[in-house]
Design a protein around this ligand. Structure first.
Ligand SMILES: Nc1ncnc2c1ncn2[C@@H]1O[C@H](COP(=O)(O)OP(=O)(O)OP(=O)(O)O)[C@@H](O)[C@H]1O
Length: 290
């Protein structure tokens, strides 16, 4: 696949940060991402997992154009990414809604930036309120909503101005397990209806496998792509249904195994403890909110 056929292309990307040394106050270069190559197909649902600090958010920031690579290049539709633009919508953990705007006005925000005439905004906002099942909440303020509702407003806001790519950084990490599954199903439904390309960072292996066409497994020190695991589970999917299938179990185990090996290889002296921690975190994430 050439850079033109791919929706997003990450080519030989390295990202270094200059960090302060606490002892002498001098600066040192820290490599957060090293030589990452990745192609994302149009309309693909790609999830990214990896241990804390392996560069998942850094990669998403680079694709968003919020940061720039030290080496290498990134492309959207074959065009070099030089900064943020309305072709990429971003949904972060913690909602980042405007507290002084109602739900309706939050969703309208991107349309204002895009200079969509006022009379044309209402039907678009209505449609996305409906899509995230919040039609009765348009006039509420964010503080009057639950965490799950706020997250749905954030998704509606990102979708309303019709970006081709949705970049999601642990968007459901702060909600309870039941709401999380509802939001996962809603996201799958919206994705099936809209055909967006989604790149979704998560700490949960279950979530990564249940949602994705492919799971990118990253490894740390320095952050790089360890392996990409295809998820050949049927579509349309519902998270609760798919998670009880044997195929889901096999794929989940493969991703878990890759992450476990990575943890072990990175820190051989703490191998059993780290592996156990990862397993425990997974068990907790399966049964409760992270
Ligand atoms: N602005 C910065 N300056 C210096 N180092 C940074 C900066 N941003 C990130 N890093 C470092 O780069 C590495 C990757 O960070 P990043 O946030 O991308 O990891 P992550 O995989 O998303 O982690 P987590 O799963 O904990 O959110 C970390 O070691 C982090 O400390």
């Amino acid at each position: 696949m050439s850079a033109n056929e791919a929706k997003i292309t990450v080519s030989g990307v390295t990202r270094r940060y200059s960090i302060r040394q606490t002892k002498d106050g001098g600066k040192q270069l820290f490599t957060a991402l090293s030589d990452v190559d990745l192609k994302v197909v149009p309309g693909e649902f790609l999830t990214i997992v990896g241990p804390s600090g392996c560069g998942k958010s850094t990669l998403l920031d680079l694709i968003a154009g919020l940061a720039h690579p030290t080496e290498g290049e990134l492309f959207i539709d074959g065009k070099k990414i030089t900064g943020p633009a309305l072709d990429r919508g971003i949904v972060m953990q913690g909602y980042a809604l405007f507290p002084w705007r109602t739900v309706r006005r939050n969703i309208e925000f991107g349309l204002e930036i895009k200079k969509v005439p006022k009379k044309d905004r209402k039907p678009i906002v209505d449609r996305f309120l409906d899509l995230v099942n919040l039609s009765d909440y348009g006039d509420r303020y964010p503080y009057e909503l639950s965490g799950g509702m706020k997250q749905r407003v954030a998704i509606a806001r990102a979708l309303a101005y019709d970006p081709e790519v949705l970049l999601m950084d642990e968007p459901f990490a702060a909600v309870d397990a039941q709401t999380r599954e509802t939001l996962q199903d809603e996201l799958l439904r919206i994705w099936e209806q809209t055909g967006k390309t989604i790149i979704f960072v998560t700490h949960s292996i279950d979530e990564a496998v249940a949602l994705a066409d492919r799971v990118v497994v990253m490894s740390p020190n320095p952050g790089r792509v360890r392996e990409i695991v295809p998820v050949s589970l049927p579509r349309p999917r519902r998270v609760g249904d798919v998670q009880s299938t044997p195929d889901f179990g096999w794929i989940r185990h493969r991703v878990w195994e890759l992450l476990q090996n990575e943890e072990s290889a990175a820190k051989p002296d703490v191998k059993p403890a780290k592996a156990a921690q990862f397993e425990l975190a997974e068990q907790i994430s399966s049964s409760a909110a992270l």
